[in-house]
Design a protein around this ligand. Structure first.
Ligand code: UDP
Length: 413
């Protein structure tokens, strides 16, 4: 690190330092976190995941790995590579962990384990003091590091409230080889022979997606994408994924539009480890009408502009590990309607800083209520922003990781 970027350059870039967070969390909190970082500064940490692009894990690891480096902890981020067949298998694992009932066949296990073995062959982790593996895709890597001396932690980001039993039993044989598992919420805890920790995700308030934006810039961005602003905007921004319930969103929007005219904007990108997006996008496009704009793009500034411009932000998921899109919209003071599931329930207190819904009908009723009542939108949005400031900024995620890593720090001999 020191060879690549001098301290002076780092402070000129001014990126991902705790000092940046002082104005948001206070000097005392920033100092407390810096002191914890000092205690584990000699550790070298490696994160391993399956994509640099799309989805919540990438959103977390991008700032987290940069912040860890900025605090002096040498932190790497390795990716595993895979064929479309492999990612087809791992998407199935993702779906079954979130409750879909389908078997994971012997042939699928062979593809999954073979590709992970090939990745393990290319991975050299001898210098690390801790290895953190994210989600099911790279999970079996651990089998191939039997002479490891450092702790290995598996962090699972999916909604594990009701995993398919047979698939979870299959994966558990790998999980139990780790020193511990890390879940997003206490309710995702499992019966395991190893320790469990809980770390809730967070957002980077300084990223292109979350930074402050002037009204002019915001309007310009909507204009670039030909998003009309003559009617109030209702939006959902999510990977094109069945668990995000885009068809439920369209149904709710159609019902709401019968009472208040509005435009629905559905924006999605597709993670490179998610092979199902194309099919879901086709389904959405064929259901859309002239009041529904569907954009398949990857543009964080558009996400920012839309979350700031929409009268209502929806995240009508039927399963959701955490739901960073909810956090991002709440941080911008938006009025958010979320599915009453998983991590969304953890963020939205119904009627206090947003609304929770179970059905498209409930979503439609809340859309109408919010569109008719700008003061309610403002009140919910102000409380939403404050709850993100207190609980879901990256500085807190860094602190949680520092606390956890300090438990596994090896004594210097
Ligand atoms: N995202 C994006 N563009 C899109 C859709 C999603 O940048 O078109 C981002 C979104 O802003 C969030 C992340 O992808 O940061 C999704 O994380 P979340 O936890 O909401 O869901 P996941 O995709 O991990 O299931």
């Amino acid at each position: 690190m020191s060879m690549q970027t001098s301290a002076v350059q780092r402070s000129t870039l001014g990126l991902h330092t705790l000092e940046q967070y002082e104005a948001l969390i206070g000097a005392a909190a920033a100092e407390r976190i810096a002191a914890k970082a000092d205690r584990v500064r000699t550790m070298r940490v490696a994160h391993i995941s399956s994509t640099f692009y799309g989805g919540g894990v990438t959103e977390l690891l991008t700032p987290l790995t940069l912040m860890m480096n900025a605090t002096g902890i040498e932190t790497d981020w390795h990716l595993i590579q895979g064929t479309p067949g492999f990612f087809g298998c791992t998407k199935k694992l993702h779906n079954t962990l979130q409750g879909t009932s389908s078997e994971f066949s012997e042939a699928e296990k062979t593809i999954y384990e073979q590709v992970v073995f090939e990745n393990a062959t290319r991975l050299h982790l001898d210098d690390c003091d801790a290895v953190i593996v994210h989600d099911p895709q790279p999970l079996p890597l651990i089998r191939h590091f039997s002479d490891r001396e450092m702790p290995w932690l598996w962090q699972c980001h999916v909604d594990l409230s009701s995993p398919h039993a047979a698939v979870w039993n299959y994966l558990r044989q790998f999980v139990e080889q780790y020193n511990a598992a890390v879940f997003s919420l206490p309710e995702y805890g499992q019966h395991l022979r190893v320790g469990q920790h809980f770390i809730t995700p967070a957002i980077d308030p300084f990223s292109a997606k979350n930074r402050e934006m002037s009204d002019r810039e915001r309007r310009e961005f909507l204009g670039n994408y030909k998003i009309p602003t003559d009617r109030p905007l209702v939006t959902q921004i999510s990977r094109f994924d069945r668990w995000k319930d885009p068809m439920g969103v369209i149904e709710a929007f159609r019902k709401a539009r019968e009472q208040v005219d509005c435009t629905l904007v559905l924006v999605g990108n597709n993670a490179s480890d998610d092979p199902e997006g194309g099919k879901i996008l086709e389904q959405i496009e064929s259901a859309a009408d002239e009041g529904i704009i569907v954009l398949s793009v990857d543009d964080p500034t558009l996400v920012n502009a839309l979350q700031r411009s929409a009268a209502v932000v929806l995240q009508k998921s039927t399963r959701e590990g955490f739901g960073l899109t909810v956090t991002e919209a709440m941080w911008k003071g938006a009025a958010v309607i979320g599915g009453n599931v998983g991590g969304i329930r953890h963020q939205i207190k119904d009627g206090w800083n947003g609304f929770l819904v179970n059905t498209p009908d409930q979503a439609a009723a809340r859309i109408v209520e919010l569109l008719k009542n700008p003061n309610l939108r403002k009140e919910l949005g102000a409380r939403a922003k404050e709850s993100v400031r207190q609980n879901f900024l990256m500085s807190r995620l860094l602190e949680d990781w520092l606390d956890l890593l300090s438990k596994y720090e090896r004594p210097v001999v």
